[in-house]
Design a protein around this ligand. Structure first.
Ligand code: KIV
Length: 295
């Protein structure tokens, strides 16, 4: 630390170039999703490198059964909340379905909103070679882009379900070409979702930009997981996830304890209330009509 750096200075925010440095140094990158300020604050405090405001918010927070109904306004509001909750992690925000597929103008404006209004440092979009030109345009506009290949949930209806991709030679070669096209277009990283581990490891060796895997094995340069899956906040745990805690059970127990104490009258107790001054109480009782006693 230089002599001009205050001892209480916050650690500086992780940048997209830092992700490349981590890969070059052989250090694994940790990314987790978050959708609100409290969740982001906890993830930031835990020291993750990056927080993804995923459009998985459609399922985890908004109660939809896919990411497709998520809107730009949903993403901007969640991204701004996550940005307010972080000081260190790189914030990456998803471009939701139809926010970048219709026109280049829409894509630039919507990606720009996630940075300008949401405070993200990068956006993520789904697709390979078919979105490479767009990635180049966004990067030229000053918007860092994370790619996303393999199982891309916005195309779930094309895939016919949430299935592992790139399992045959043709599919695997296409996935490699997609990643190379994204890298050549200027993407700063690429998410590999539901890709066989051997293929993900080969791609990770081939690329200079970091790969961030989910359901793609430990050969990726980093991992991303969904907040609710890691914390045990949902009923369903996908095969690629591990519950590192059972926070959902802890929440149910805490709310049940609260409900119990409300019903017995134990809560609120002395520590959770305030009192009137005796003089004020006496004057109030004089001013109010006395309730007639029945006996
Ligand atoms: O939306 C999301 O959470 C994602 C991750 C699964 C990579 O895109």
């Amino acid at each position: 630390m230089s002599s001009s750096t205050p001892s209480n200075a916050r650690p500086s925010r992780v940048t997209t170039t830092r992700l490349a440095e981590l890969k070059a140094a052989g250090e694994r990158i940790v990314m987790i999703t978050a959708y609100d300020a409290p969740g982001a604050r906890l993830a930031d405090a835990a020291g993750v490198d990056s927080i993804l405001v995923g459009d998985s918010l459609g399922m985890t927070v908004l109660g939809y059964d896919s990411t497709l109904p998520v809107t730009m306004d949903d993403m901007v509001r969640a991204t701004a909340a996550v940005s307010r909750g972080t000081s260190r992690a790189l914030v990456v925000a998803d471009l939701p379905f139809l926010s970048y597929q219709v026109s280049v103008e829409d894509a630039v404006r919507n990606a720009g909103r996630l940075l300008a209004e949401g405070g993200a440092q990068a956006v993520k979009l789904e697709g390979g070679s078919e979105v490479a030109d767009l990635v180049g345009i966004l990067v030229d506009a000053g918007i860092p882009v994370v790619g996303h290949v393999g199982l891309t949930p916005q195309s779930v209806n094309v895939f016919g379900g949430y299935k592992t991709q790139g399992k045959d030679v043709e599919g695997a070669l296409t996935l490699v070409d997609d990643c190379l096209a994204l890298e050549a277009a200027g993407a700063c990283a690429v998410v590999l979702e539901l890709v066989p581990a051997e293929l993900a490891a080969l791609v990770s060796e081939e690329l200079t930009i970091p790969t961030i895997g989910i359901g793609a094995g430990a050969g990726c340069d980093g991992q991303v997981q969904v907040f609710h899956d890691v914390l045990g906040l949902g009923d369903f745990t996908p095969r690629h996830a591990r519950r590192f805690a059972e926070i959902g059970e802890a929440i149910i127990a805490a709310i049940a304890a609260y409900a119990g104490e409300v019903r017995t009258g134990e809560f609120p107790a002395e520590g959770q209330l305030s009192h009137l001054d005796e003089a004020v109480l006496a004057e109030l009782e004089r001013a109010l009509p006395l309730t007639e006693s029945e006996d």
